[in-house]
Structure formats: structure tokens, C-alpha cells
Design a protein around this ligand. Sequence first.
Ligand code: ADP
Ligand code: MG
Length: 626
Amino acid sequence: MSRGLMQKFSRPSWLAGLAALLLLPALVPGQYAMQLVNLGLISLIVVVGLNFITGYCGQINFAQAAFWGIGAYATALLTLNGVSFWFALPLAALATGLCSLLLGVPTLRLRAFYLAMATIAFGEIVQLVLVHWETVTGGTSGLRNVPGITLFGHTLTGHREHYYFLLAWAALGLGLSLRIRASQIGRAMIALRDSEIAAEVMGVDTVRTKMLAFTLSSVYAGVAGSLYVSSLHYVSPDLFSNAQAVLFFVMLVIGGVGSAVGAVVGTAVLTVLPEALRFLKEWYLVLYGVGIILMVCFLPEGLVSLRQRLPGWRRSAPAMTEPAAADVDAAQPADARFLTARVDGAASNARTAGGMSVQAVTQRFGGLVALDAVSLQVAPGTVHAVIGPNGSGKTTFLNVLSGAYVAQAGSVQLGGTELIGRRPSAIARAGLSRTFQNIRVYKSLSALENVMVGAACHQPAGWRGLLAILAGTAAHRRQEQALRETALQALHFVGLAALAERPAGSLAYAQQRLLEIARALATRPRVLLLDEPAAGMNPQESTRLMALIVAIRDAGITVVFVEHNVRLVMGVSDTVTVFDFGKKIAEGTPQQVQADEAVIAAYLGRPRQTPSTPNAAAATPEPDHA
Ligand code: ADP
Ligand code: MG
């Protein structure tokens, strides 16, 4: 079915699993148990759907039961009026998709808990409508005698026949979910969960990506509702309560948030367990509560994480060995050809180095003026360092350039385009990319996938891209291949090719900094901003970094960087600008700046932060906004 699944499990265990699923009806005792299995398959579709928005995007959604209900009622009303199941199902999916747009468009722009709150309210409203709009919904007694499913002229009867039908749908849902996870959209979802701002500056439209995920979630729930009512022939409102929504949520959490396989495990466990422990009566609830608390404390990544934890259960994948330092160092930052290659989809295909003109930029935080009418010119194709004592506004400056902050006044022009006021993703597409002082790699993606997010900067996937992914078109496969190649070249360029498959969060500090550089380069920027790239690096590593910066400039990319390491600043910069208290106090060649009275005063005034202590930055706690 899916290559992802095939790779995860060896062929014999895969075949054994398939055989067990096909023989299951013969093994399950009685009708009641069979109905339970069928309900489990329907829940599975709902939970695999929930995984898109909650697992991958990290947004809490309590509307999944309501969407399930909308799918069920829409199908029941249509089929009771003579519409075939096969027309009712897509219409029900469409209805839930539209509801998710209504709910998502106003709330997904906002951060934090707005989606959770809105979905809880939505769940209550749907419940009230189902109960009180009696003429249409049948009130608390619901709708009965809903027509069944006819397949090739045969109407499905009995739990066994329905089982195979539902199994096929669950497999389809899971397969498509794994396909999306392995695509540009799946990577974008996880990237924005791991760091929303780092996803934006790599060109990910985070709002649209969340919207895609939310709509996918609700369509899965709608399809599940349609299948539910057509196989049980009956629907009533109590099933679609917020309590049920919480249960779906718990199924996902117990299995492992962010893993479609986890959704399968969690759904199976929470479908079977309540029945198996029925003899405990109300004690079951106590056990359930305690169990969940223990899970959250000891297995926060869910039951699927047991696979890595239990030694006997570990996958047979070749053991990951630490690559020797020489392995990594051997890669020369020489082959920069990918940096100058034509960029498909970029606004300007002439990859001229970007010059930047900054005019009177002012950024205030309450009463604090972090940038005070800063003006400077960055000449195209140069390395331009920004230095200054801690808190002088260097990171804020980079945040304004990259769109993370919107300055209150001033202008930033990149090749004739005004950047201030644009979203970070738009600025990235205009040709500016960056790294972060506080490392922001997408921890749960592999190093390669991190860089692939950057590589996709100029071809952001929307609704049409989603359809191409679901259909697995040749064009989509070609694009994935191209992204992979660009990403590998970028990893090779910074010397991390040997670590491509590693989870980014498991890399050493200095490697994560290099990974951020590779990710930024994969967007094929005209201007690259680096915020303290050498922080936490040893002298050897920072020497390599110097060579890398020079190679990037020689490939025609303008580099603006903030750094405390004097050797680095003096070694590679064409121009140095000095900030103090948000003001530009000096500018010139490294030699001119070193001799400048104001610069010496600024540093000597605060001796603990002299730029001659390269680790000053690493030693001082960094503010979290960086
Ligand atoms: P640098 O990178 O030069 O060390 P920063 O740009 O991080 O300095 O910070 C400059 C000043 O602006 C500091 O006083 C810092 O506390 C303040 N600052 C930066 N970002 C924010 C923010 N988001 N909210 C409030 N104050 C901020
Ligand atoms: Mg800083």
C-alpha cells in the first residue's frame, strides 16, 4: 500500500498482519464483538484524521466528534430522501469541509488556545442543534432506518460484510495519511508545530497549512460519520458529544501524538480495553484516569514510543553510529553550484546577489527603543557583520529584516521590494533567508526533511498541491525528488550529508547551527542572515564556518551576520556595522571599526561583554524572543 509502511515493517510481519486482519471475522466471537471491531475501524478514521491538525500541527481540536456527527446526519438525511450512499458520502465530506473552513478561517490565524476554545463551543452548538431541531434531526431519538450501502448491486448486510468494507476505508485513510506525512505538506505541518516562526521564514504559509490540516481532519471525520450511519442504519445525538471528542483526543495521545501508526494503536487499545475491563464496573473509570496520568508522566510520546524503548522491540534498522568527526569534516564546502542554479517558481529567476537598503528603521517594545532610526546599506555580494554589546538590538534588527517583527517606522528594500509589512514567508520568497540565535531546527523531522522544507520555499503547496499528493501524480513525485536533491546538496555543502537521516533534535549543537544554514541556503536566498552562527562552536568548527561564509559569498549570496567571535568578524567581513543601545555607532572595514573611539568606549564601558571573549554570547542567557 504505502512505501512508508512497507519500510517500517519487514515483509513477513506485514503479510502476517494482513492475514490476521482478513481472518479477524472468523476469530471474533459473536455479533456484539464484531460490531465493536467495526466501531473501532470508524473511530480509527476519525483519529487518523485528528492526527493531521493535533498530531502534526500541534493544534488542539475538540470538534472531531461534531464533524463526525455532521457527516452522519448529512448522510442520513440524504439517503433517507433517496440519494445513494455513493453521492451522500462526498456531499457529507464536503459539508464537514465547509464547516471546518467557517470555524478555521477566523481562529487559525490566532495563536494559542483559540482553536481549542472555538472547537469546544462548536461541539456544544452542534449538539444543541441535533437535539432541538427535531423536525429535521429527530431530536433525542435520532433518525432510524437509514438505508445501507450498495456495492456492485449487492447491499451489504451483517457486521462481517461491513467489516471488510470499513477495513478498506480505514486502510485508504491511513495510506493517504502516510502519503501526506511523507510530502511537502506533511513536513510543513510538523515544521510549524516544532517552530512556527522558523517555518514561516522558510516560506511556509503557516495559516494555510493549518487550514489544510484542519480541513483534512474534518473531512476524515465526515467520511467516518457517513460510514457509521450507513452501516448501523441509525443515528442519535448523544454519540457526538464533547465527551466523545475528548475520547478521540485521548486515543490519539495514548497511541502517540504525531504518528498515524500511533493513532491505530491508541484507537485499538481504547476500543478493546473498556470492554475487556467491563467486570470492573465504575472502577474502570478510576483505572482509566490513573492510566492516563501514568501515561502522560512516563510515556509522553505514547505507546508507539515503546518501539524505540524496549530493546527487544527495536527495529532491525542498521545501528546508527556516531560519524567520526573526520567524516563530517571531509566534506568540502566547495560545491556551491546548487546555490546558483535557476529557481523554479521564484519571483525573479535572475539570481543576482541582493543589495539591501535600510532606512530609519525604528522598533519599540513598550517604552524600550530596541532599534532607533537605524539606516544602513548592505552592498550586494558582500559579507556584512553587525556587532555590538548584548542587548544592543542586533537580533531585533534581523527579526525586522526577516519579518518576524514589523517595525513601527522605516523601510527595508531588497532589490526594489519593500520588506516591512510583509509576512515572513513572503519575505523568504522575495529572496531573504536566515538562521536563529536560539537554534530553531524542526526537532522531530530528519536533517534532510528540515532542509527539504527550505527547498520548497518557492513552490508552497496549497489545495491543488494537496490533490496532487493524494493522487500521487508523477509531477508530484518528480518535485519531491528535486527537493530531495537540492536538500542533499545543501547538506553536503555544510558537511552534514552523513547525518541526513538523523532526527534534527539529536544532532550536536554546532551541527544544528550548520543544519540551519543548510536549510536557509536551500531556499536559494539572495541575502542570508546569520545570528551568532559560531556561538557554541569550538575553534576548529568556527574555522570551517569562516570558509563556509566565504564560499557562500563567492556563490553570489550577500551575507549579513551577527557575531561575537572577533576572529570570525575580522576574518571574513567586508563591512562591519556597530550597534549600541539600538543605534548605529560606527561602520567601516574591520580595521576602521577596530580603531574607532566610539566602538572602544561602547565595549570598554561594559567590560564583561567585550567582543574579545568569543563565548560571551553562549555564556549569557539568551532572551527567548531571539
Ligand atoms: P542583541 O541581539 O543585540 O543582544 P536584542 O535585539 O535581542 O539584542 O535585544 C535588544 C533589546 O530589545 C533588549 O533590551 C531586549 O530585551 C529587547 N527586546 C528584544 N525583543 C523583544 C521583545 N519581543 N519584547 C520585548 N523586548 C524585546
Ligand atoms: Mg542577539
